[in-house]
Design a protein around this ligand. Structure first.
Ligand SMILES: Cc1cc2nc3c(=O)[nH]c(=O)nc-3n(C[C@H](O)[C@H](O)[C@H](O)COP(=O)(O)OP(=O)(O)OC[C@H]3O[C@@H](n4cnc5c(N)ncnc54)[C@H](O)[C@@H]3O)c2cc1C
Length: 289
């Protein structure tokens, strides 16, 4: 197996263009090394960890730019992420062990495109955009259209994710990331739900609602029908129950070694309801009646 350590993005892109489908990018390696051990060895490894400038977290007007090489631990210890993007910060806490968080990158989590990837539902509800470099130019892709199936995303085999641009949620909004796993953070999510709500000025109704569902479909997804049902209404117990059931119907979970599809549906329902009621109370100061 050939091994390269490019020092610039353009050098990495030339290597990707030259070695084609047999090449594999490696960042933290927490997914790639497991694949090499238990699945297959790529023809060549392109280690991007030594490319400078891809690991920064920077304010950019009304958004935060997060470099692809930012580690999960960097997210977890960033005051900017905690204050501006609490739902992403919360997910970083529930991500594996400290050893893994120290090594795993946000870019690797995104490009792995696993339906259960911890940062993906928070990035979906935050309306984040991915910046992808190719040898013939670059493009910016909204997360809404970024994921194409398990392990498949807009980066493809020739692209390099360089940065994520994450807009700040509206003032007064509240969010939560809820993960269901047998061994908590040490386990891959059986179901992950991110909820972000913004109440109207009088705090009487839901001006905006965003619900991200993870590990319950071939890609992480937004429960858009459920969001439409809730928008413009006050959250009541009856509406919260109806919305939670609708969110479960928008998912299409599979049965695997972690859970049955039926159990995953129940958990989507339970976590969506919990997420809605928790954020409503936090945003309005009112109990759900
Ligand atoms: C013990 C253990 C526990 C784990 N727990 C969790 C968990 O709780 N939650 C969770 O979400 N994940 C978990 N994971 C999975 C893994 O840690 C994450 O997906 C991690 O974020 C991957 O990042 P990395 O930098 O290690 O990626 P790598 O392994 O280096 O790469 C992952 C994939 O992304 C591609 N890639 C990486 N960076 C780029 C880039 N900039 N541009 C283009 N392609 C790129 C690689 O080619 C590869 O296909 C766990 C893994 C292990 C081993």
């Amino acid at each position: 197996m050939d091994y390269f350590e490019p020092k610039t993005v353009s050098e990495a892109l030339s290597l990707l263009a030259k070695h084609g489908a047999e090449a594999k990018v490696i960042a933290g390696g927490t997914d790639v090394m497991v694949d090499i051990k238990y699945k297959e060895e790529p023809g060549c490894l392109i280690n991007i960890k030594k490319i400078p400038g891809l690991g920064a977290i920077q304010e950019n007007g009304a958004s935060l730019r997060i470099g692809a090489l930012t580690t999960i631990r960097d997210l977890e210890t960033s005051a900017l992420v905690r204050d501006k993007l609490p739902v992403l910060w919360e997910a970083s806490h529930q991500f594996a062990s400290l050893q893994i968080r120290n090594t795993a990158t946000i870019g690797g989590n995104i490009c792995r495109a696993s339906p259960s990837g911890e940062t993906l539902t928070p990035l979906l509800v935050l309306d984040a955009k991915a910046k992808i470099a190719f040898s013939d130019g670059e493009k910016t892709e909204p997360f809404a259209s970024f994921f194409q199936g398990p392990g498949k995303c807009s980066v493809g085999s020739k692209g390099l994710l360089t940065e994520i641009d994450v807009p700040y949620p509206a003032a007064g909004s509240k969010s939560v990331y809820l993960k269901h796993a047998v061994r908590g953070a040490m386990d891959i999510a059986m179901v992950g739900v991110a909820v972000l709500i913004t109440p109207d000025a009088a705090k009487n109704s839901l001006q905006d609602v965003r619900i991200g569902l993870g590990a319950v479909a071939p890609t992480p997804l937004r429960a858009s029908k459920t969001e439409a049902l809730l928008r413009g209404k006050p959250l009541t117990v009856a509406l919260s129950k109806e919305a939670a059931a609708m969110a479960a119907s928008e998912s299409s979970p599979i049965s695997d070694q972690r859970s049955s599809a039926e159990y995953r549906s129940w958990i989507v329902e339970a976590l969506t309801r919990r997420g809605l009621e928790q954020t409503w109370k936090a945003a309005t100061g009112k109990e759900v009646a």
